[in-house]
Design a protein around this ligand. Structure first.
Ligand code: SF4
Length: 301
């Protein structure tokens, strides 16, 4: 699940923040043909194999909203690279959390300094070290303690993500490492914020495989979690003009998908992402896989 890199060189943060995506919206004819390609992908449902290879499976294990919020936030923050690499770290971390009453109880206890020793001994993922993982749980614990829920820090509206990230940054410990701070990118800096867009999709959408936990946000306001696979396939389908996988590209692709399905543009995200994650799309024309691809009639690769 490769995350998009940062902003385009030469663009100021202010100009990026003030501009919305300006791609040509799909024509009526394109909308019809894209729907004909993409709707069957969604209607085919979520395959167990794709679900097993997606970080949302760590969130779906929990039945209570506070646990789902914390498990979702932690899982999203670690969801870069292959699920086979970060998955074992999440499994081990949540086993520890469960032994302390679940992810929310563990996060709150860490935030209050009530967990002695090193509860996540030996756990790390890439640049997030053991202390960063502990601080990550504690950050969400502070957010729960101060706001009552993670839902409360994401207000309704199109700027929900920006407000939520600002609030979460205020919950970071003063000595948070650079690696930990990098887990909280912001749209105003140009980042596509893939992991946090994915977290919001999990919490807000009601369609499979998402949780539909937060009814105060509208699926129509979500922005697509722009990973390398979605970015690539969106290009093949003519859904973007942006050449860099940044926040504006995410907005541009979302706008195109919104033309297909205004109430819920992200209904296509899981299927598009897993085309690439599963290897059913290899990211280029391929005489083995392309003939069987349902997107082949509209693919420009
Ligand atoms: S036709 Fe081939 S390159 Fe295009 S999306 Fe399908 S698998 Fe990928």
């Amino acid at each position: 699940m490769g995350e998009a890199p940062g902003p385009v060189a030469g663009e100021s943060a202010a100009s990026r923040a003030s501009q919305r995506a300006t791609s040509a919206a799909p024509t009526a004819a394109q909308v019809v043909s894209l729907r004909a390609l993409l709707d069957p992908l969604v209607e085919a449902g979520v395959s167990p194999a794709d679900l097993a290879n997606d970080p949302i499976r760590f969130v779906r294990r929990y039945g209570k909203a506070p646990d789902q919020e914390v498990a979702g936030a932690v899982s999203a923050c670690l969801a870069f690279g292959r699920v086979s690499l970060f998955g074992p770290v999440l499994t081990a971390s949540f086993a520890v959390a469960d032994a302390h009453g679940g992810p929310a109880a563990f996060a709150l206890a860490l935030a209050r300094g009530e967990v002695p020793g090193r509860p996540l001994t030996g756990l790390y993922y890439r640049w997030l070290k053991e202390a960063d993982l502990v601080a990550l749980f504690a950050t969400f614990g502070r957010a729960l303690a101060e706001h009552g829920s993670l839902a409360a820090i994401f207000p309704p509206g199109a700027d929900s993500l920006a407000h939520g990230i600002d609030a979460l940054r205020r919950c970071l410990p003063p000595d948070a490492s650079r690696a930990l701070r990098a887990s909280f990118p912001h749209p105003r800096d140009g980042s596509a914020c893939k992991r946090w867009c994915m977290f919001l999709r999990w919490m807000v959408r009601t369609g499979a495989p998402d949780l539909g936990l937060w009814s105060h946000l509208q699926p129509a306001d979500l922005v697509i979690p722009l990973d390398t696979h979605v970015f690539r396939v969106a290009g093949f389908l003519g859904l973007r003009t942006r050449r860099a996988p940044d926040w504006r590209a995410a907005e541009e692709i979302t706008a195109g998908l919104r033309a297909l399905h205004p109430p819920d543009p992200l209904r296509y995200d899981f299927a598009l992402a897993h085309l690439g994650i599963s290897g059913r799309c290899r990211g280029h024309r391929d005489e083995v896989v392309c003939p069987a691809c349902p997107l082949a009639p509209g693919c420009r690769a």
